[in-house]
Design a protein around this ligand. Structure first.
Ligand code: SF4
Length: 456
Protein backbone atom coordinates (compact mmCIF):
# COMPACT_ATOMS: atom_id res chain seq x y z
CA UNK A 1 0.00 0.00 0.00
CA UNK A 2 1.21 3.49 -0.79
CA UNK A 3 1.41 5.72 2.27
CA UNK A 4 2.08 9.42 2.37
CA UNK A 5 1.37 11.25 5.60
CA UNK A 6 0.88 14.93 6.30
CA UNK A 7 4.32 15.03 7.95
CA UNK A 8 6.14 13.79 4.87
CA UNK A 9 5.62 17.04 2.97
CA UNK A 10 7.83 18.93 5.44
CA UNK A 11 11.50 18.09 5.68
CA UNK A 12 14.25 20.20 7.13
CA UNK A 13 16.86 20.75 4.44
CA UNK A 14 18.92 23.41 2.71
CA UNK A 15 18.32 25.86 -0.10
CA UNK A 16 17.92 26.72 -2.80
CA UNK A 17 15.86 23.89 -4.34
CA UNK A 18 14.20 20.75 -3.06
CA UNK A 19 14.33 19.03 -6.43
CA UNK A 20 17.74 20.37 -7.53
CA UNK A 21 19.59 20.55 -4.18
CA UNK A 22 17.92 18.37 -1.53
CA UNK A 23 16.92 15.50 -3.87
CA UNK A 24 20.33 15.21 -5.59
CA UNK A 25 22.11 15.28 -2.20
CA UNK A 26 19.87 12.42 -1.02
CA UNK A 27 20.48 10.57 -4.30
CA UNK A 28 24.25 10.93 -3.88
CA UNK A 29 24.06 9.58 -0.33
CA UNK A 30 21.88 6.73 -1.44
CA UNK A 31 24.21 5.86 -4.34
CA UNK A 32 27.14 5.58 -1.93
CA UNK A 33 25.10 3.34 0.38
CA UNK A 34 24.12 1.10 -2.52
CA UNK A 35 27.70 1.07 -3.82
CA UNK A 36 28.99 -0.05 -0.43
CA UNK A 37 26.22 -2.64 -0.05
CA UNK A 38 27.12 -4.04 -3.48
CA UNK A 39 30.76 -4.27 -2.30
CA UNK A 40 31.94 -2.15 -5.23
CA UNK A 41 33.45 0.85 -3.45
CA UNK A 42 36.92 -0.65 -3.01
CA UNK A 43 37.16 -1.21 -6.79
CA UNK A 44 35.96 2.34 -7.56
CA UNK A 45 38.49 4.96 -8.58
CA UNK A 46 36.09 7.78 -9.50
CA UNK A 47 32.38 8.57 -9.71
CA UNK A 48 30.78 10.04 -12.81
CA UNK A 49 27.35 11.70 -12.52
CA UNK A 50 25.17 12.64 -15.49
CA UNK A 51 22.54 15.32 -14.84
CA UNK A 52 19.78 15.27 -17.41
CA UNK A 53 17.03 17.67 -18.48
CA UNK A 54 16.13 20.33 -15.94
CA UNK A 55 18.91 19.24 -13.57
CA UNK A 56 21.42 19.79 -16.36
CA UNK A 57 19.82 23.07 -17.44
CA UNK A 58 19.57 24.83 -14.09
CA UNK A 59 21.59 22.60 -11.79
CA UNK A 60 24.52 24.96 -11.27
CA UNK A 61 22.28 27.87 -10.28
CA UNK A 62 20.26 25.59 -8.02
CA UNK A 63 23.37 24.31 -6.18
CA UNK A 64 23.06 20.78 -7.59
CA UNK A 65 26.78 20.32 -8.16
CA UNK A 66 27.62 21.36 -4.59
CA UNK A 67 24.85 19.17 -3.19
CA UNK A 68 26.03 16.08 -5.08
CA UNK A 69 29.68 16.48 -4.09
CA UNK A 70 28.64 17.02 -0.46
CA UNK A 71 26.21 14.08 -0.60
CA UNK A 72 28.85 11.75 -2.04
CA UNK A 73 31.02 12.72 0.93
CA UNK A 74 28.29 11.91 3.43
CA UNK A 75 26.32 15.14 3.88
CA UNK A 76 22.59 14.91 4.60
CA UNK A 77 20.12 17.77 3.99
CA UNK A 78 18.77 17.64 7.55
CA UNK A 79 22.11 17.88 9.37
CA UNK A 80 24.70 19.32 6.98
CA UNK A 81 26.40 22.66 7.48
CA UNK A 82 24.84 24.82 4.70
CA UNK A 83 27.93 27.04 4.50
CA UNK A 84 30.17 23.99 3.90
CA UNK A 85 27.89 22.69 1.15
CA UNK A 86 28.11 25.99 -0.76
CA UNK A 87 31.85 25.48 -1.38
CA UNK A 88 31.82 21.70 -1.78
CA UNK A 89 32.27 21.52 -5.57
CA UNK A 90 35.07 24.11 -5.72
CA UNK A 91 36.89 22.51 -2.77
CA UNK A 92 36.77 19.08 -4.39
CA UNK A 93 37.92 20.49 -7.74
CA UNK A 94 40.81 22.28 -6.06
CA UNK A 95 41.88 19.19 -4.12
CA UNK A 96 41.31 16.89 -7.10
CA UNK A 97 39.62 14.34 -4.87
CA UNK A 98 36.55 13.50 -2.83
CA UNK A 99 36.35 11.24 0.21
CA UNK A 100 33.60 8.67 -0.15
CA UNK A 101 32.89 6.55 2.91
CA UNK A 102 36.52 6.93 3.98
CA UNK A 103 38.01 6.22 0.55
CA UNK A 104 39.73 8.99 -1.44
CA UNK A 105 38.62 9.07 -5.08
CA UNK A 106 39.95 11.19 -7.93
CA UNK A 107 37.67 14.12 -8.77
CA UNK A 108 37.55 16.47 -11.72
CA UNK A 109 34.85 19.06 -12.48
CA UNK A 110 33.90 17.08 -15.62
CA UNK A 111 32.85 14.19 -13.36
CA UNK A 112 29.59 16.11 -12.93
CA UNK A 113 28.35 15.94 -16.50
CA UNK A 114 25.53 18.40 -17.36
CA UNK A 115 23.30 17.17 -20.17
CA UNK A 116 20.41 19.66 -20.41
CA UNK A 117 19.38 18.59 -23.91
CA UNK A 118 18.78 14.98 -22.86
CA UNK A 119 15.52 14.28 -21.10
CA UNK A 120 14.96 10.76 -19.82
CA UNK A 121 11.44 9.58 -20.69
CA UNK A 122 10.28 9.14 -17.11
CA UNK A 123 11.02 12.58 -15.63
CA UNK A 124 12.81 15.84 -16.36
CA UNK A 125 14.91 15.68 -13.19
CA UNK A 126 17.01 12.58 -13.82
CA UNK A 127 20.55 11.73 -12.74
CA UNK A 128 22.68 8.68 -13.39
CA UNK A 129 25.52 7.86 -11.02
CA UNK A 130 28.31 5.62 -12.31
CA UNK A 131 31.18 4.12 -10.34
CA UNK A 132 34.21 3.76 -12.60
CA UNK A 133 37.01 1.25 -12.10
CA UNK A 134 40.71 2.04 -12.59
CA UNK A 135 40.41 1.33 -16.35
CA UNK A 136 37.46 3.75 -16.68
CA UNK A 137 34.83 1.05 -17.15
CA UNK A 138 31.47 1.32 -15.37
CA UNK A 139 31.35 -1.18 -12.51
CA UNK A 140 28.13 0.01 -10.82
CA UNK A 141 25.39 2.35 -11.98
CA UNK A 142 22.10 3.70 -10.64
CA UNK A 143 19.58 6.22 -12.03
CA UNK A 144 17.42 8.34 -9.73
CA UNK A 145 14.69 10.89 -10.31
CA UNK A 146 14.21 13.94 -8.15
CA UNK A 147 10.43 14.14 -8.18
CA UNK A 148 9.85 17.30 -6.13
CA UNK A 149 9.86 18.23 -2.46
CA UNK A 150 13.22 16.48 -1.95
CA UNK A 151 11.69 13.07 -2.74
CA UNK A 152 13.77 10.75 -4.92
CA UNK A 153 12.87 7.54 -6.69
CA UNK A 154 15.18 5.05 -8.40
CA UNK A 155 14.30 3.90 -11.91
CA UNK A 156 12.78 0.67 -10.59
CA UNK A 157 10.68 2.58 -8.04
CA UNK A 158 9.58 5.37 -10.36
CA UNK A 159 5.85 5.94 -10.44
CA UNK A 160 5.06 2.97 -8.22
CA UNK A 161 4.74 4.43 -4.75
CA UNK A 162 5.61 7.46 -2.72
CA UNK A 163 6.51 5.38 0.28
CA UNK A 164 5.67 1.77 0.91
CA UNK A 165 5.09 0.82 4.49
CA UNK A 166 3.36 -2.15 6.01
CA UNK A 167 1.09 0.01 8.16
CA UNK A 168 -2.68 0.18 7.94
CA UNK A 169 -3.80 3.78 8.31
CA UNK A 170 -6.77 4.39 10.59
CA UNK A 171 -8.21 6.95 8.16
CA UNK A 172 -7.40 6.22 4.55
CA UNK A 173 -8.25 8.95 2.01
CA UNK A 174 -7.02 9.49 -1.53
CA UNK A 175 -8.88 12.67 -2.42
CA UNK A 176 -10.71 15.60 -0.83
CA UNK A 177 -14.15 14.01 -1.17
CA UNK A 178 -13.00 11.02 0.88
CA UNK A 179 -11.34 13.33 3.42
CA UNK A 180 -14.54 15.38 3.83
CA UNK A 181 -16.54 12.20 4.16
CA UNK A 182 -14.23 11.01 6.97
CA UNK A 183 -14.59 14.35 8.76
CA UNK A 184 -18.38 14.22 8.42
CA UNK A 185 -18.72 10.63 9.60
CA UNK A 186 -16.26 10.81 12.52
CA UNK A 187 -16.69 14.41 13.65
CA UNK A 188 -12.90 14.73 13.59
CA UNK A 189 -11.03 17.69 12.13
CA UNK A 190 -8.66 17.31 9.19
CA UNK A 191 -5.73 17.80 11.58
CA UNK A 192 -7.00 15.07 13.92
CA UNK A 193 -7.37 12.64 11.03
CA UNK A 194 -3.91 13.51 9.70
CA UNK A 195 -2.47 13.17 13.21
CA UNK A 196 -3.95 9.71 13.71
CA UNK A 197 -2.46 8.57 10.41
CA UNK A 198 0.96 10.04 11.25
CA UNK A 199 0.90 8.38 14.68
CA UNK A 200 0.10 5.02 13.07
CA UNK A 201 3.22 5.35 10.91
CA UNK A 202 5.71 7.09 13.19
CA UNK A 203 4.37 6.87 16.75
CA UNK A 204 2.94 9.68 18.88
CA UNK A 205 6.16 10.92 20.48
CA UNK A 206 7.97 11.10 17.15
CA UNK A 207 5.08 12.99 15.54
CA UNK A 208 5.00 15.55 18.36
CA UNK A 209 8.75 15.98 18.16
CA UNK A 210 8.73 16.30 14.35
CA UNK A 211 5.97 18.92 14.37
CA UNK A 212 7.88 20.92 16.96
CA UNK A 213 11.12 20.58 15.02
CA UNK A 214 9.47 21.65 11.76
CA UNK A 215 7.86 24.75 13.25
CA UNK A 216 11.06 25.67 15.10
CA UNK A 217 13.04 25.40 11.85
CA UNK A 218 10.44 27.49 10.01
CA UNK A 219 10.46 30.25 12.62
CA UNK A 220 14.26 30.22 12.86
CA UNK A 221 14.42 30.64 9.11
CA UNK A 222 12.05 33.63 9.19
CA UNK A 223 13.94 35.25 12.04
CA UNK A 224 17.31 34.71 10.34
CA UNK A 225 16.02 36.13 7.07
CA UNK A 226 14.68 39.24 8.81
CA UNK A 227 18.16 40.11 10.05
CA UNK A 228 20.38 39.27 7.07
CA UNK A 229 21.28 42.09 4.70
CA UNK A 230 23.52 41.93 1.64
CA UNK A 231 23.57 40.38 -1.79
CA UNK A 232 22.25 36.96 -2.67
CA UNK A 233 24.68 34.57 -4.37
CA UNK A 234 24.67 34.26 -8.15
CA UNK A 235 24.98 36.38 -11.24
CA UNK A 236 21.78 38.41 -10.80
CA UNK A 237 23.15 40.60 -7.98
CA UNK A 238 19.83 40.51 -6.13
CA UNK A 239 19.84 42.52 -2.91
CA UNK A 240 18.13 41.01 0.12
CA UNK A 241 15.07 43.02 1.16
CA UNK A 242 13.47 41.30 4.14
CA UNK A 243 15.71 42.86 6.81
CA UNK A 244 15.14 46.34 5.39
CA UNK A 245 11.41 45.72 5.22
CA UNK A 246 11.44 44.61 8.86
CA UNK A 247 13.26 47.76 9.95
CA UNK A 248 10.79 49.89 7.99
CA UNK A 249 7.79 48.11 9.54
CA UNK A 250 9.21 48.45 13.04
CA UNK A 251 9.52 52.20 12.42
CA UNK A 252 5.90 52.34 11.24
CA UNK A 253 4.46 50.51 14.23
CA UNK A 254 3.43 53.66 16.11
CA UNK A 255 1.59 55.27 13.19
CA UNK A 256 0.05 52.45 11.12
CA UNK A 257 -2.81 50.19 12.21
CA UNK A 258 -2.07 46.54 12.97
CA UNK A 259 -4.12 45.18 10.05
CA UNK A 260 -2.10 47.14 7.50
CA UNK A 261 1.17 46.21 9.11
CA UNK A 262 0.09 42.58 9.40
CA UNK A 263 -0.29 42.27 5.65
CA UNK A 264 3.09 43.88 5.07
CA UNK A 265 4.78 41.74 7.72
CA UNK A 266 3.26 38.67 6.05
CA UNK A 267 5.14 39.51 2.88
CA UNK A 268 8.34 40.28 4.77
CA UNK A 269 8.14 36.86 6.49
CA UNK A 270 7.81 35.06 3.14
CA UNK A 271 10.62 37.06 1.55
CA UNK A 272 12.83 36.35 4.58
CA UNK A 273 12.45 32.58 4.12
CA UNK A 274 12.99 32.65 0.38
CA UNK A 275 16.07 34.84 0.72
CA UNK A 276 17.51 32.33 3.20
CA UNK A 277 16.63 29.62 0.71
CA UNK A 278 18.29 31.47 -2.18
CA UNK A 279 21.39 31.85 -0.01
CA UNK A 280 21.54 28.07 0.48
CA UNK A 281 20.71 28.21 4.17
CA UNK A 282 18.56 25.93 6.36
CA UNK A 283 14.89 25.83 5.26
CA UNK A 284 11.95 23.45 5.43
CA UNK A 285 10.48 22.07 2.21
CA UNK A 286 6.87 23.24 2.32
CA UNK A 287 6.17 21.38 0.11
CA UNK A 288 9.27 22.45 -1.90
CA UNK A 289 12.14 24.86 -1.36
CA UNK A 290 11.08 27.26 -4.12
CA UNK A 291 7.74 27.64 -2.35
CA UNK A 292 9.20 27.37 1.16
CA UNK A 293 8.18 30.85 2.32
CA UNK A 294 4.40 30.65 2.08
CA UNK A 295 3.47 28.18 4.81
CA UNK A 296 5.92 29.56 7.41
CA UNK A 297 4.88 33.15 6.62
CA UNK A 298 1.16 32.49 6.96
CA UNK A 299 1.65 30.50 10.16
CA UNK A 300 3.90 33.15 11.69
CA UNK A 301 1.37 35.82 10.66
CA UNK A 302 -1.40 33.83 12.38
CA UNK A 303 0.68 33.51 15.53
CA UNK A 304 1.68 37.16 15.66
CA UNK A 305 -1.37 38.98 14.30
CA UNK A 306 -4.24 36.55 14.91
CA UNK A 307 -2.96 35.41 18.33
CA UNK A 308 -2.98 31.73 17.39
CA UNK A 309 -0.94 29.68 19.87
CA UNK A 310 2.25 27.89 18.84
CA UNK A 311 0.63 24.60 19.89
CA UNK A 312 -2.25 25.18 17.48
CA UNK A 313 0.17 26.13 14.70
CA UNK A 314 2.14 22.93 15.22
CA UNK A 315 -0.93 20.70 15.39
CA UNK A 316 -3.85 22.26 13.49
CA UNK A 317 -1.98 24.42 10.98
CA UNK A 318 0.84 22.11 9.94
CA UNK A 319 -1.21 18.90 9.94
CA UNK A 320 -4.08 20.46 7.99
CA UNK A 321 -1.69 21.98 5.46
CA UNK A 322 0.19 18.70 5.24
CA UNK A 323 -2.98 16.69 4.68
CA UNK A 324 -3.96 19.00 1.82
CA UNK A 325 -0.42 18.71 0.43
CA UNK A 326 -0.72 14.93 0.25
CA UNK A 327 -3.68 15.38 -2.11
CA UNK A 328 -1.51 17.43 -4.48
CA UNK A 329 1.42 15.05 -4.24
CA UNK A 330 -0.78 12.00 -4.79
CA UNK A 331 -3.15 13.31 -7.49
CA UNK A 332 -1.16 15.97 -9.37
CA UNK A 333 2.38 17.14 -8.64
CA UNK A 334 4.36 19.44 -6.36
CA UNK A 335 7.27 19.59 -8.80
CA UNK A 336 8.00 22.70 -10.89
CA UNK A 337 9.68 20.45 -13.45
CA UNK A 338 6.47 18.45 -13.86
CA UNK A 339 3.68 20.98 -13.36
CA UNK A 340 5.28 24.43 -13.45
CA UNK A 341 5.07 26.86 -10.57
CA UNK A 342 1.38 26.10 -10.00
CA UNK A 343 2.65 22.76 -8.61
CA UNK A 344 5.03 24.45 -6.18
CA UNK A 345 3.74 27.88 -5.22
CA UNK A 346 0.13 26.96 -6.04
CA UNK A 347 0.21 23.87 -3.82
CA UNK A 348 1.89 25.75 -0.97
CA UNK A 349 -0.64 28.59 -1.23
CA UNK A 350 -3.49 26.09 -1.08
CA UNK A 351 -1.96 24.24 1.88
CA UNK A 352 -1.40 27.50 3.77
CA UNK A 353 -4.95 28.71 3.10
CA UNK A 354 -6.40 25.45 4.41
CA UNK A 355 -4.13 25.53 7.46
CA UNK A 356 -5.03 29.13 8.25
CA UNK A 357 -8.74 28.38 7.94
CA UNK A 358 -8.23 25.54 10.42
CA UNK A 359 -6.54 27.65 13.10
CA UNK A 360 -9.11 30.41 12.66
CA UNK A 361 -11.89 27.97 13.49
CA UNK A 362 -13.07 26.92 10.03
CA UNK A 363 -15.06 23.76 9.51
CA UNK A 364 -13.53 21.00 7.34
CA UNK A 365 -15.70 22.18 4.42
CA UNK A 366 -14.58 25.80 4.86
CA UNK A 367 -10.99 24.56 4.98
CA UNK A 368 -11.48 22.61 1.76
CA UNK A 369 -13.04 25.73 0.23
CA UNK A 370 -10.08 27.90 1.27
CA UNK A 371 -7.60 25.42 -0.21
CA UNK A 372 -9.62 25.29 -3.43
CA UNK A 373 -9.85 29.07 -3.81
CA UNK A 374 -6.13 29.45 -3.27
CA UNK A 375 -5.18 26.97 -5.99
CA UNK A 376 -7.86 28.15 -8.39
CA UNK A 377 -6.05 31.48 -8.75
CA UNK A 378 -2.64 29.93 -9.22
CA UNK A 379 -3.68 27.70 -12.14
CA UNK A 380 -1.42 28.09 -15.14
CA UNK A 381 1.45 29.64 -13.17
CA UNK A 382 4.66 28.89 -15.05
CA UNK A 383 8.13 28.17 -13.72
CA UNK A 384 10.64 30.57 -15.28
CA UNK A 385 13.49 31.26 -12.85
CA UNK A 386 15.81 33.90 -14.25
CA UNK A 387 19.36 32.63 -14.59
CA UNK A 388 18.27 29.25 -13.23
CA UNK A 389 18.36 30.79 -9.75
CA UNK A 390 15.53 30.45 -7.24
CA UNK A 391 15.35 34.23 -6.83
CA UNK A 392 13.34 35.99 -9.56
CA UNK A 393 10.38 35.56 -9.69
CA UNK A 394 10.44 33.00 -6.86
CA UNK A 395 11.08 35.23 -3.83
CA UNK A 396 8.36 37.81 -4.54
CA UNK A 397 6.06 35.09 -5.79
CA UNK A 398 6.04 33.54 -2.32
CA UNK A 399 5.13 36.90 -0.78
CA UNK A 400 2.24 37.37 -3.20
CA UNK A 401 1.04 33.79 -2.68
CA UNK A 402 1.09 34.25 1.10
CA UNK A 403 -1.30 37.18 0.60
CA UNK A 404 -3.45 35.07 -1.72
CA UNK A 405 -3.63 32.35 0.92
CA UNK A 406 -4.88 34.81 3.55
CA UNK A 407 -7.41 36.28 1.11
CA UNK A 408 -8.66 32.81 0.15
CA UNK A 409 -9.14 31.95 3.82
CA UNK A 410 -11.09 35.15 4.45
CA UNK A 411 -13.41 34.39 1.52
CA UNK A 412 -13.95 30.81 2.62
CA UNK A 413 -14.64 31.74 6.25
CA UNK A 414 -17.22 34.26 5.07
CA UNK A 415 -19.23 31.38 3.58
CA UNK A 416 -20.61 28.15 4.99
CA UNK A 417 -18.24 25.81 3.13
CA UNK A 418 -20.54 25.07 0.22
CA UNK A 419 -19.13 26.00 -3.18
CA UNK A 420 -19.27 25.04 -6.86
CA UNK A 421 -15.71 24.01 -7.72
CA UNK A 422 -14.33 21.27 -5.52
CA UNK A 423 -10.73 20.96 -4.35
CA UNK A 424 -10.46 17.67 -6.24
CA UNK A 425 -11.55 19.40 -9.45
CA UNK A 426 -8.99 22.13 -9.10
CA UNK A 427 -6.23 19.61 -8.30
CA UNK A 428 -7.10 17.61 -11.41
CA UNK A 429 -7.21 20.83 -13.44
CA UNK A 430 -3.75 21.72 -12.17
CA UNK A 431 -2.49 18.28 -13.19
CA UNK A 432 -3.94 18.57 -16.69
CA UNK A 433 -2.60 22.10 -17.09
CA UNK A 434 0.84 20.86 -16.05
CA UNK A 435 0.71 18.09 -18.64
CA UNK A 436 -0.27 20.58 -21.37
CA UNK A 437 2.30 23.20 -20.32
CA UNK A 438 5.28 23.58 -22.65
CA UNK A 439 8.52 22.20 -21.22
CA UNK A 440 9.89 25.77 -21.50
CA UNK A 441 7.85 26.69 -18.45
CA UNK A 442 8.81 23.75 -16.28
CA UNK A 443 12.03 24.58 -14.44
CA UNK A 444 14.22 24.72 -17.54
CA UNK A 445 14.76 28.52 -17.60
CA UNK A 446 13.97 28.27 -21.32
CA UNK A 447 10.91 30.53 -21.39
CA UNK A 448 9.02 33.34 -19.69
CA UNK A 449 10.89 35.77 -17.47
CA UNK A 450 13.96 33.57 -17.68
CA UNK A 451 14.54 34.57 -21.33
CA UNK A 452 13.14 38.10 -21.19
CA UNK A 453 15.25 39.47 -18.37
CA UNK A 454 18.76 40.54 -19.32
CA UNK A 455 21.27 39.34 -16.74
CA UNK A 456 23.77 42.00 -15.74
S1 SF4 B 1 9.35 29.86 -10.55
FE1 SF4 B 1 8.19 28.71 -8.98
S2 SF4 B 1 8.49 26.53 -9.49
FE2 SF4 B 1 10.04 27.71 -10.60
S3 SF4 B 1 11.88 27.64 -9.28
FE3 SF4 B 1 10.73 29.53 -8.79
S4 SF4 B 1 9.35 28.95 -7.10
FE4 SF4 B 1 10.08 27.04 -8.01
Amino acid sequence: MSILTALDLFTVGIGPSSSHTVGPMRAARRFVTELVDADKLTATSRIHVMLFGSLGATGVGHGTTNAIVAGLQGAEPETCDPAAVIGAFDSAALAGLITVNGRALTFEPADLDLRPMTRLPQHSNAMTYEALGSDGSVIFSRTYFSVGGGFIESDDEFGKAVASLSVELPYRFDNAVELMSLCDSTGLTIAQIAHANCVAVYGEAAVTARLHEIWAAMTSCIEAGLTHDGMLPGSLNVQRRAAGLARHLEDQSSTEDAATLGNEWLQAFAIAVNEENAAGMRVVTAPTNGAAGIIPAVGYYAQRFKKVSADSIEFDYLLTAGAIGTLYKRNASISGAEAGCQGEVGSACSMAAGGLAAVLGGTPHQIENAAEIAMEHNLGLTCDPVGGLVQMPCIERNAIAAGTAVAATRLALAGDGSHKISLDTVIETMRQTGVDMSHKYKETSAGGLAVNVIEC
